[in-house]
Ligand binder design. Structure first.
Ligand code: NDP
Ligand code: MG
Ligand code: MG
Length: 340
């Protein structure tokens, strides 16, 4: 099995002498900045004036413009939305990089697909927590951490790995486990996971199940409970102990249905489609489409978003959740706090 590194395996003296700029203060940014600060590091946050700026000031962290924070720091972690990174990198980060600096990311997309092309004389590494920012922060406060991947794209100083590991330790990842990857592997597996399974695969499965039941004349409310609401209970069991643990908790009838019907729904054809999705990721076809969609101001993204929000499972779901205050959450607190 791949080697997993923990807190005590990692030397962090060299990073202690350095200044770390966290560019962005959203889901990941606030967690990295506060965790590193509380781990004793010298942290500056780079932002534009606005909501995040005010929040960072409120949280007592040192805030500067992106250009100024980059200029001051030795390690620059880019935690901006992936779509905006190339422009902000060109305008404010690149002109302020110095030889021997380290440029860091929490997702490999822009480096792997050449949207950010760093100079040869800096280190480039990845520390990617496998969980949302609020969890990176909350687990740290509880004395734990979120498992993270690290990877090296460019090692100019000969210290890139040491810096990356010390950084990962500083955000608390060493308490949960740190695994080595590459920018390519992190990017391609992250995109595949969210497209084929976690987000795309799951939403399509849920909708198809709901539509099958309602088109057969069953009540949408009942279909909602069976195909959406109960998912959380099942996923929690899988998270805690794998498929076996989940199957141990469900009835034998459910387990038999799982065995005989699951493979009829998700079968070799589905896997062939998954391989096409993976191929589009590997060839850069998906990345190209998403980059162009952003350059065109997201016409398709916005149109599909409206259509999806009006799906009948969403309408009935909103009404039912009104009746279940224990599952309710304001939309903005859910934003970005899921899988990316
Ligand atoms: P968010 O959207 O939550 O936060 C983005 C931050 O960037 C905000 O503070 C925003 O500030 C700031 N920002 C946006 N535009 C600018 C600008 N022009 N100048 C200065 N600051 C700007 O991002 P995430 O934390 O979700 O993502 C950051 C990175 O982490 C991405 O690479 C993502 O792939 C990766 N990642 C995210 C995970 C997650 O769970 N969210 C998990 C693992 C990796 P403002 O308030 O001013 O808009
Ligand atoms: Mg049932
Ligand atoms: Mg992602």
């Amino acid at each position: 099995m791949t080697k997993v590194l923990y807190h005590n395996d990692i030397q962090d003296e060299s990073l202690r002498a350095k200044k770390i700029a966290i560019i962005g203060y959203g889901s990941q940014g606030h967690a990295h900045a506060l965790n590193l600060k509380e781990s004793g590091y010298d942290v500056v946050v780079g932002l534009r004036k606005g909501r995040s700026w005010d929040k960072a000031v409120e949280d007592g962290v040192n805030v500067e413009t992106v250009a100024e924070a980059t200029a001051q720091a030795d390690v620059i972690m880019v935690l901006l939305p992936d779509e905006h990174q190339p422009k902000i990198y060109e305008e404010s980060i690149k002109p302020n990089l110095e030889p021997g600096n380290a440029l860091a990311f929490a997702h490999g997309f822009n480096i792997h697909f050449n949207q950010v092309v760093p100079p040869d004389n800096v280190d480039v590494f990845l520390v990617a927590p496998k969980g949302p920012g609020h969890l990176v922060r909350r687990t740290f406060q509880d004395g734990a951490g979120v498992p993270s991947l690290f990877g090296i794209y460019q090692d100019f100083t000969g210290q890139a790995e040491q810096t990356a590991l010390a950084y990962a330790k500083g955000i608390g990842a060493g308490r949960a486990g740190i695994l080595q990857t590459s920018f390519q592997e992190e990017t391609e597996t992250d995109l595949f996971g969210e497209q084929a399974v976690l987000c795309g695969g799951l939403t399509s499965l849920v909708k198809a199940g709901f539509e099958t039941l309602t088109e057969a004349g069953y009540q949408p409310e009942v279909a909602y409970f069976e195909c959406m609401h109960e998912l959380k209970l099942i996923v929690d069991l899988m998270y805690e102990g794998g498929l076996e643990n989940m199957r141990y908790s469900i009835s034998d009838t459910a387990q038999w249905g799982d065995f005989v019907s699951g493979p009829r729904v998700v079968n070799e054809d589905t896997k062939a489609r998954m391989k096409e999705v993976l191929n589009d990721i590997q060839t850069g076809a998906f990345a190209k489409g998403w980059i162009l969609e952003n350059q065109a101001n997201r016409p398709q993204f916005n149109a599909i978003n409206v259509k999806e929000n009006n799906h009948s499972i969403e309408k009935v779901g909103r009404e039912l959740r009104e009746l279940m205050p224990f599952v309710q959450q304001p939309l903005n607190s859910k934003k970005k706090e899921v899988v990316t």
